[in-house]
Design a protein around this ligand. Structure first.
Ligand code: NAI
Length: 328
Protein backbone atom coordinates (compact mmCIF):
# COMPACT_ATOMS: atom_id res chain seq x y z
CA UNK A 1 0.00 0.00 0.00
CA UNK A 2 1.23 3.55 -0.75
CA UNK A 3 2.42 5.55 2.26
CA UNK A 4 -0.45 7.76 3.52
CA UNK A 5 -0.30 11.52 2.91
CA UNK A 6 -0.27 13.48 6.17
CA UNK A 7 -2.84 16.28 6.13
CA UNK A 8 -2.79 18.67 9.08
CA UNK A 9 -5.99 20.67 9.58
CA UNK A 10 -6.13 23.49 12.13
CA UNK A 11 -9.42 24.66 13.59
CA UNK A 12 -10.63 21.12 13.00
CA UNK A 13 -13.58 21.38 15.40
CA UNK A 14 -14.90 24.53 13.74
CA UNK A 15 -17.61 24.90 11.13
CA UNK A 16 -15.36 24.66 8.10
CA UNK A 17 -13.46 21.79 9.70
CA UNK A 18 -16.67 19.83 10.04
CA UNK A 19 -17.52 20.35 6.37
CA UNK A 20 -13.96 19.64 5.24
CA UNK A 21 -12.66 16.59 7.07
CA UNK A 22 -15.14 14.05 5.74
CA UNK A 23 -14.48 15.02 2.15
CA UNK A 24 -10.71 14.85 2.59
CA UNK A 25 -11.10 11.46 4.27
CA UNK A 26 -13.29 10.26 1.40
CA UNK A 27 -10.48 10.97 -1.08
CA UNK A 28 -12.03 14.00 -2.75
CA UNK A 29 -8.98 16.21 -2.26
CA UNK A 30 -5.98 14.04 -3.08
CA UNK A 31 -7.61 11.24 -5.04
CA UNK A 32 -9.74 8.19 -4.38
CA UNK A 33 -6.66 5.95 -4.44
CA UNK A 34 -4.52 8.04 -2.06
CA UNK A 35 -4.60 7.07 1.63
CA UNK A 36 -4.74 10.03 4.00
CA UNK A 37 -3.73 10.40 7.64
CA UNK A 38 -5.48 13.35 9.30
CA UNK A 39 -3.67 15.34 11.98
CA UNK A 40 -6.12 17.69 13.67
CA UNK A 41 -5.01 20.77 15.59
CA UNK A 42 -7.32 22.55 18.00
CA UNK A 43 -7.08 24.79 21.02
CA UNK A 44 -7.33 22.75 24.27
CA UNK A 45 -10.95 23.82 24.89
CA UNK A 46 -12.04 22.35 21.55
CA UNK A 47 -10.05 19.11 21.63
CA UNK A 48 -13.04 17.20 23.00
CA UNK A 49 -15.19 18.40 20.11
CA UNK A 50 -12.46 17.34 17.66
CA UNK A 51 -12.52 13.91 19.32
CA UNK A 52 -16.23 13.71 18.56
CA UNK A 53 -15.57 14.51 14.91
CA UNK A 54 -12.85 11.84 14.85
CA UNK A 55 -15.38 9.31 16.18
CA UNK A 56 -17.69 10.17 13.30
CA UNK A 57 -14.81 9.87 10.83
CA UNK A 58 -14.21 6.36 12.20
CA UNK A 59 -17.87 5.58 11.74
CA UNK A 60 -17.72 6.44 8.06
CA UNK A 61 -15.22 3.57 7.59
CA UNK A 62 -13.58 5.39 4.68
CA UNK A 63 -11.24 3.11 2.74
CA UNK A 64 -8.86 6.04 2.13
CA UNK A 65 -8.56 7.13 5.78
CA UNK A 66 -5.42 5.69 7.36
CA UNK A 67 -5.85 7.33 10.77
CA UNK A 68 -6.80 10.44 12.76
CA UNK A 69 -4.65 12.06 15.45
CA UNK A 70 -5.61 15.08 17.53
CA UNK A 71 -3.23 17.67 18.96
CA UNK A 72 -3.30 20.93 20.85
CA UNK A 73 0.34 21.65 20.07
CA UNK A 74 1.29 22.91 16.59
CA UNK A 75 4.77 21.43 16.84
CA UNK A 76 3.32 17.94 17.08
CA UNK A 77 0.43 18.56 14.67
CA UNK A 78 2.72 19.60 11.80
CA UNK A 79 5.24 16.78 12.26
CA UNK A 80 5.60 15.12 8.86
CA UNK A 81 2.78 17.20 7.31
CA UNK A 82 2.61 17.01 3.51
CA UNK A 83 -0.41 19.31 3.34
CA UNK A 84 -1.36 21.96 5.90
CA UNK A 85 -4.82 23.49 5.89
CA UNK A 86 -4.69 26.46 8.26
CA UNK A 87 -8.34 27.10 8.99
CA UNK A 88 -8.41 28.09 12.67
CA UNK A 89 -7.99 31.81 13.23
CA UNK A 90 -8.95 34.50 15.66
CA UNK A 91 -12.22 36.15 14.56
CA UNK A 92 -12.71 39.86 14.93
CA UNK A 93 -14.42 40.47 18.26
CA UNK A 94 -16.69 43.41 19.07
CA UNK A 95 -14.69 46.63 19.38
CA UNK A 96 -11.50 44.92 18.20
CA UNK A 97 -9.16 47.20 16.25
CA UNK A 98 -7.43 45.96 13.11
CA UNK A 99 -4.04 46.00 14.87
CA UNK A 100 -5.45 43.79 17.68
CA UNK A 101 -6.80 41.36 15.11
CA UNK A 102 -3.50 41.19 13.24
CA UNK A 103 -1.60 40.76 16.49
CA UNK A 104 -3.89 37.94 17.71
CA UNK A 105 -3.47 36.13 14.40
CA UNK A 106 0.27 36.74 14.43
CA UNK A 107 0.26 34.80 17.70
CA UNK A 108 -1.35 31.86 15.89
CA UNK A 109 0.25 31.88 12.43
CA UNK A 110 3.82 32.74 13.56
CA UNK A 111 4.20 29.62 15.75
CA UNK A 112 2.40 27.47 13.17
CA UNK A 113 4.82 28.69 10.47
CA UNK A 114 7.75 27.84 12.72
CA UNK A 115 6.31 24.38 13.42
CA UNK A 116 5.93 23.80 9.67
CA UNK A 117 9.50 24.96 9.10
CA UNK A 118 10.91 22.64 11.72
CA UNK A 119 8.76 19.54 11.42
CA UNK A 120 6.77 19.30 8.19
CA UNK A 121 7.72 17.05 5.28
CA UNK A 122 10.04 18.57 2.68
CA UNK A 123 7.21 18.69 0.13
CA UNK A 124 4.77 20.51 2.46
CA UNK A 125 2.09 22.63 0.78
CA UNK A 126 0.12 25.11 2.89
CA UNK A 127 -3.28 26.67 2.28
CA UNK A 128 -4.36 29.41 4.68
CA UNK A 129 -8.13 29.76 4.99
CA UNK A 130 -8.36 31.59 8.33
CA UNK A 131 -8.77 35.34 7.92
CA UNK A 132 -7.13 37.69 7.15
CA UNK A 133 -5.97 34.81 4.94
CA UNK A 134 -3.42 36.55 2.70
CA UNK A 135 -1.64 38.26 5.57
CA UNK A 136 -1.82 35.17 7.79
CA UNK A 137 -0.09 33.26 4.97
CA UNK A 138 2.57 35.97 4.84
CA UNK A 139 3.12 35.69 8.60
CA UNK A 140 3.36 31.88 8.53
CA UNK A 141 5.79 32.00 5.60
CA UNK A 142 7.97 34.59 7.32
CA UNK A 143 8.43 32.12 10.19
CA UNK A 144 9.36 29.28 7.83
CA UNK A 145 12.57 30.44 6.14
CA UNK A 146 13.51 26.91 5.05
CA UNK A 147 10.24 26.35 3.16
CA UNK A 148 9.96 28.03 -0.26
CA UNK A 149 7.61 31.03 0.03
CA UNK A 150 5.66 29.67 -2.98
CA UNK A 151 4.40 26.82 -0.78
CA UNK A 152 2.36 29.21 1.41
CA UNK A 153 -0.90 30.13 -0.27
CA UNK A 154 -4.13 31.87 0.72
CA UNK A 155 -7.63 30.87 -0.32
CA UNK A 156 -9.47 32.98 -2.88
CA UNK A 157 -11.03 29.95 -4.57
CA UNK A 158 -14.34 30.57 -2.86
CA UNK A 159 -14.41 34.07 -4.35
CA UNK A 160 -13.51 32.57 -7.73
CA UNK A 161 -16.36 30.07 -7.49
CA UNK A 162 -18.77 32.78 -6.38
CA UNK A 163 -17.80 34.85 -9.43
CA UNK A 164 -18.30 31.84 -11.72
CA UNK A 165 -21.74 31.21 -10.35
CA UNK A 166 -22.78 34.88 -10.66
CA UNK A 167 -21.71 34.95 -14.32
CA UNK A 168 -23.49 31.65 -14.96
CA UNK A 169 -26.71 33.02 -13.47
CA UNK A 170 -26.46 36.32 -15.34
CA UNK A 171 -25.83 34.78 -18.77
CA UNK A 172 -27.60 31.42 -18.48
CA UNK A 173 -24.31 29.67 -19.30
CA UNK A 174 -23.35 26.45 -17.49
CA UNK A 175 -20.41 26.92 -15.14
CA UNK A 176 -18.52 24.25 -17.09
CA UNK A 177 -18.52 26.54 -20.16
CA UNK A 178 -17.03 29.55 -18.35
CA UNK A 179 -13.25 29.90 -18.21
CA UNK A 180 -10.59 32.52 -17.65
CA UNK A 181 -12.09 34.29 -14.64
CA UNK A 182 -9.70 35.83 -12.14
CA UNK A 183 -9.85 37.10 -8.58
CA UNK A 184 -7.08 39.65 -7.99
CA UNK A 185 -5.70 40.98 -4.72
CA UNK A 186 -6.88 40.43 -1.20
CA UNK A 187 -9.54 38.04 0.13
CA UNK A 188 -11.55 41.00 1.41
CA UNK A 189 -14.14 43.46 0.19
CA UNK A 190 -11.46 45.10 -2.02
CA UNK A 191 -10.90 41.95 -4.11
CA UNK A 192 -11.37 42.38 -7.85
CA UNK A 193 -13.23 39.69 -9.80
CA UNK A 194 -12.04 40.19 -13.39
CA UNK A 195 -14.23 39.16 -16.30
CA UNK A 196 -12.21 40.77 -19.08
CA UNK A 197 -10.17 37.68 -20.00
CA UNK A 198 -12.98 35.21 -19.51
CA UNK A 199 -14.85 33.20 -22.09
CA UNK A 200 -18.53 32.76 -21.31
CA UNK A 201 -19.92 30.04 -23.53
CA UNK A 202 -18.97 31.40 -26.95
CA UNK A 203 -18.87 35.03 -25.85
CA UNK A 204 -15.80 36.97 -24.70
CA UNK A 205 -16.06 38.04 -21.04
CA UNK A 206 -15.35 41.61 -22.10
CA UNK A 207 -18.72 41.60 -23.88
CA UNK A 208 -20.50 40.53 -20.69
CA UNK A 209 -18.49 43.16 -18.78
CA UNK A 210 -19.52 45.84 -21.30
CA UNK A 211 -22.61 46.47 -19.17
CA UNK A 212 -20.61 48.64 -16.78
CA UNK A 213 -23.55 49.34 -14.53
CA UNK A 214 -24.08 45.61 -13.88
CA UNK A 215 -20.32 45.09 -13.57
CA UNK A 216 -19.65 47.79 -11.01
CA UNK A 217 -22.96 47.95 -9.14
CA UNK A 218 -23.96 44.28 -9.10
CA UNK A 219 -21.31 41.76 -10.12
CA UNK A 220 -18.25 43.06 -8.28
CA UNK A 221 -20.01 43.93 -4.99
CA UNK A 222 -22.10 40.72 -5.04
CA UNK A 223 -18.96 38.59 -5.26
CA UNK A 224 -17.01 40.67 -2.75
CA UNK A 225 -19.84 40.82 -0.19
CA UNK A 226 -21.23 37.32 -0.65
CA UNK A 227 -19.83 36.17 2.70
CA UNK A 228 -21.80 38.82 4.57
CA UNK A 229 -24.97 37.99 2.58
CA UNK A 230 -24.66 34.34 3.60
CA UNK A 231 -24.22 35.21 7.26
CA UNK A 232 -27.32 37.41 7.02
CA UNK A 233 -29.39 34.63 5.41
CA UNK A 234 -28.07 31.55 7.19
CA UNK A 235 -27.27 33.04 10.57
CA UNK A 236 -23.84 31.43 10.23
CA UNK A 237 -20.89 31.94 7.94
CA UNK A 238 -20.25 30.05 4.71
CA UNK A 239 -18.68 26.78 5.82
CA UNK A 240 -19.59 24.13 3.25
CA UNK A 241 -18.71 26.34 0.27
CA UNK A 242 -15.46 27.39 1.98
CA UNK A 243 -14.58 23.74 2.63
CA UNK A 244 -15.39 22.91 -1.00
CA UNK A 245 -13.12 25.70 -2.19
CA UNK A 246 -10.27 24.51 0.04
CA UNK A 247 -10.58 21.02 -1.41
CA UNK A 248 -10.58 22.36 -4.97
CA UNK A 249 -7.54 24.57 -4.26
CA UNK A 250 -5.43 21.67 -2.97
CA UNK A 251 -6.82 19.24 -5.57
CA UNK A 252 -5.84 21.53 -8.45
CA UNK A 253 -2.50 22.43 -6.87
CA UNK A 254 -1.47 18.79 -6.43
CA UNK A 255 -3.27 17.20 -9.38
CA UNK A 256 -3.42 20.03 -11.93
CA UNK A 257 -5.87 22.63 -13.19
CA UNK A 258 -8.41 22.01 -15.93
CA UNK A 259 -6.94 22.00 -19.46
CA UNK A 260 -7.39 25.37 -21.15
CA UNK A 261 -8.47 27.18 -17.99
CA UNK A 262 -6.97 28.76 -14.92
CA UNK A 263 -8.16 29.38 -11.40
CA UNK A 264 -7.44 31.94 -8.68
CA UNK A 265 -5.24 31.58 -5.61
CA UNK A 266 -3.41 33.84 -3.21
CA UNK A 267 0.24 33.14 -4.02
CA UNK A 268 3.64 34.71 -3.45
CA UNK A 269 4.27 37.63 -5.77
CA UNK A 270 7.63 37.93 -7.52
CA UNK A 271 6.45 41.28 -8.87
CA UNK A 272 4.01 39.96 -11.50
CA UNK A 273 1.49 42.54 -12.78
CA UNK A 274 3.16 45.22 -10.64
CA UNK A 275 2.20 43.52 -7.34
CA UNK A 276 5.10 44.19 -4.96
CA UNK A 277 7.37 41.21 -4.43
CA UNK A 278 6.70 39.29 -1.23
CA UNK A 279 2.96 39.97 -0.94
CA UNK A 280 0.59 37.00 -0.99
CA UNK A 281 -1.91 38.23 -3.56
CA UNK A 282 -4.58 36.52 -5.61
CA UNK A 283 -3.62 35.95 -9.25
CA UNK A 284 -4.75 33.84 -12.21
CA UNK A 285 -2.87 30.57 -11.72
CA UNK A 286 -2.42 27.18 -13.32
CA UNK A 287 -0.81 24.06 -11.99
CA UNK A 288 0.39 21.04 -13.87
CA UNK A 289 0.28 19.16 -10.58
CA UNK A 290 2.76 20.41 -8.00
CA UNK A 291 3.47 24.11 -8.37
CA UNK A 292 1.26 27.10 -9.02
CA UNK A 293 2.30 29.19 -12.02
CA UNK A 294 1.00 32.73 -12.35
CA UNK A 295 -0.57 33.23 -15.79
CA UNK A 296 1.48 35.97 -17.37
CA UNK A 297 0.98 38.34 -20.27
CA UNK A 298 -2.67 39.30 -19.69
CA UNK A 299 -3.44 42.81 -20.80
CA UNK A 300 -4.77 44.90 -17.94
CA UNK A 301 -6.88 47.90 -18.93
CA UNK A 302 -7.29 51.07 -16.90
CA UNK A 303 -10.49 49.93 -15.19
CA UNK A 304 -8.91 46.68 -13.98
CA UNK A 305 -5.62 48.39 -13.09
CA UNK A 306 -7.35 50.74 -10.66
CA UNK A 307 -9.22 47.89 -8.96
CA UNK A 308 -6.14 45.66 -8.70
CA UNK A 309 -4.03 48.50 -7.36
CA UNK A 310 -6.60 49.32 -4.66
CA UNK A 311 -6.72 45.75 -3.36
CA UNK A 312 -2.94 45.36 -3.53
CA UNK A 313 -2.55 48.64 -1.62
CA UNK A 314 -4.65 47.09 1.15
CA UNK A 315 -2.37 44.04 1.19
CA UNK A 316 0.69 46.26 1.40
CA UNK A 317 -0.89 48.17 4.31
CA UNK A 318 -1.59 44.88 6.13
CA UNK A 319 2.00 43.80 5.53
CA UNK A 320 3.29 47.14 6.87
CA UNK A 321 1.05 46.80 9.94
CA UNK A 322 2.28 43.29 10.80
CA UNK A 323 5.84 44.43 10.17
CA UNK A 324 5.48 47.37 12.54
CA UNK A 325 3.98 45.02 15.15
CA UNK A 326 7.11 42.87 14.83
CA UNK A 327 5.08 39.89 13.54
CA UNK A 328 7.22 39.37 10.42
P1 NAI B 1 -15.18 28.56 13.55
O1 NAI B 1 -15.13 29.64 14.58
O2 NAI B 1 -16.39 27.72 13.42
O3 NAI B 1 -13.94 27.58 13.78
C1 NAI B 1 -12.64 28.02 14.02
C2 NAI B 1 -11.95 26.95 14.83
O4 NAI B 1 -10.58 27.30 14.95
C3 NAI B 1 -12.50 26.82 16.26
O5 NAI B 1 -12.84 25.47 16.51
C4 NAI B 1 -11.33 27.28 17.14
O6 NAI B 1 -11.26 26.58 18.36
C5 NAI B 1 -10.14 26.94 16.24
N1 NAI B 1 -8.93 27.67 16.57
C6 NAI B 1 -8.79 28.95 17.01
N2 NAI B 1 -7.50 29.22 17.26
C7 NAI B 1 -6.80 28.10 16.95
C8 NAI B 1 -5.43 27.76 17.00
N3 NAI B 1 -4.52 28.64 17.44
N4 NAI B 1 -5.05 26.53 16.62
C9 NAI B 1 -5.97 25.63 16.20
N5 NAI B 1 -7.29 25.88 16.14
C10 NAI B 1 -7.69 27.11 16.50
O7 NAI B 1 -14.82 29.28 12.16
P2 NAI B 1 -15.02 28.74 10.68
O8 NAI B 1 -16.36 29.12 10.18
O9 NAI B 1 -14.61 27.32 10.62
O10 NAI B 1 -13.98 29.67 9.90
C11 NAI B 1 -12.60 29.55 10.11
C12 NAI B 1 -11.86 30.69 9.44
O11 NAI B 1 -12.02 30.66 8.04
C13 NAI B 1 -12.30 32.09 9.88
O12 NAI B 1 -11.14 32.88 10.07
C14 NAI B 1 -13.08 32.59 8.69
O13 NAI B 1 -13.08 34.00 8.62
C15 NAI B 1 -12.28 31.98 7.56
N6 NAI B 1 -12.97 31.89 6.27
C16 NAI B 1 -12.20 32.12 5.15
C17 NAI B 1 -12.75 32.02 3.90
C18 NAI B 1 -11.92 32.28 2.68
O14 NAI B 1 -12.50 32.30 1.59
N7 NAI B 1 -10.61 32.47 2.76
C19 NAI B 1 -14.17 31.67 3.71
C20 NAI B 1 -14.88 31.42 4.94
C21 NAI B 1 -14.28 31.52 6.18
Amino acid sequence: MTEPVNVTVTGAAGQIGYALLFRIAAGEMLGADVPVRLRLLEIPAAVRAAEGTAMELDDCAFGTLAGVDIFDDPVKAFEGANVGLLVGARPRGAGMERADLLEANGGIFGPQGRAINDGAASDVRVLVVGNPANTNALIASAHAPDVPAERFTAMTRLDHNRALSQVAARTGTPVSRISGLTIWGNHSATQYPDLFHATVGDVPGAEVAADREWLTDTFIPTVAKRGAAIIEARGASSAASAANAAIEHVRDWTRGTREGDWTSAGVYSHGEYGVPEGLVSSFPVTSAGGDWQIVEGLEIDEFSRGRIDASVAELAAERDAVRSLGLI
